[in-house]
Design a protein around this ligand. Sequence first.
Ligand code: SAM
Ligand code: SF4
Length: 335
Amino acid sequence: MSTPPLIDPFARAITYLRVSVTDRCDFRCVYCMAENMTFLPKKELLTLEELDRMCSAFVRMGVEKLRITGGEPLVRRDIMTFFRSMTRHLESGALKELTVTTNGSQLARFADDLFDAGVRRINVSLDTLDEDKFARVTRWGRLPQVLKGIDAAQKAGLRVKINVVALKGFNEDELFRLTEWCAERDMDLTFIEVMPMGDLGGEDRVGQYWSLKDLRGQLRERYTLTDLDYRTGGPARYVRLEETGQQVGFITPLTHNFCESCNRVRLTCTGELYMCLGQEDMADLRAPLRASESDAPLEDAIRAAIGRKPKGHDFDYSRQRADGQVSRHMSHTGG
Ligand code: SAM
Ligand code: SF4
């Protein structure tokens, strides 16, 4: 049973939903969270059944790609039950891809289960290959645990993409080491420009803003970069390094040049739908979900929300100010 597809006012089809399944995390990355975070009371969170209803409604309405994120999605209790419940949409063909963005800490436990549920590709966030630096940037994370997780994922048959947040004065000196490491392990690599998210206290800031234009320039000193046409409808652009054959992505969320092809919306763990990562406007989908056993009110609310999807966002780093700063954390909206 499907309903008409979700088309926003700018004729963009919404086919990609990112879902944050928890605001909690076992790490405290300096650019993402404060060390002593206050997390949401459990009753605020969508239950696993509610997450299923929510995602299934979106799939019925044309969403073909589901990315599970957080917080750290794999620390949510029983989260594999949810992944397994999404398998039916992969099997029916309605859902083309089920994927996850993780810090890797729980992968040694869950890699096989993820593969069995139909996940084929995952993103693992990893900013440094130096143990001390890793502990500094994640505060609570331990590098060997994550490396074990990545091993387990590859062994399970999952294709791994590494996401690196570019931080000047922190991992600038590891640009080539990280690139070579990924090439050796046949993993794709994407650099993310750090975004001005929330108030993180600032006391233990590691590194500073490192523009990906600059990073690209540094890569060009060693490799031949060929621009690729490959697009995902998001803020990523890709090149191939001719010397290694490797694909490298650059995510610059602060530039406007991707908004016209935006195909995605984000659902928070409390059921708020954000139509744009850089805008405050959101729609509460939990109320219509909880108000009725029928999905009709939920579907109406989703359609109304998509009807408000803005043309683009307002981030602006010009004059060294983060003008479009939004107050919520990435762990809330699900980066
Ligand atoms: N815990 C999982 C992880 O770390 O992959 C999933 C959630 S995390 C919020 C998703 C992505 O957002 C990670 O790759 C992380 O590095 C990135 N991220 C968090 N805060 C960011 C910020 N202020 N600027 C840019 N990327 C950020
Ligand atoms: Fe946790 Fe991911 Fe945020 Fe790091 S980036 S604190 S791992 S949610």
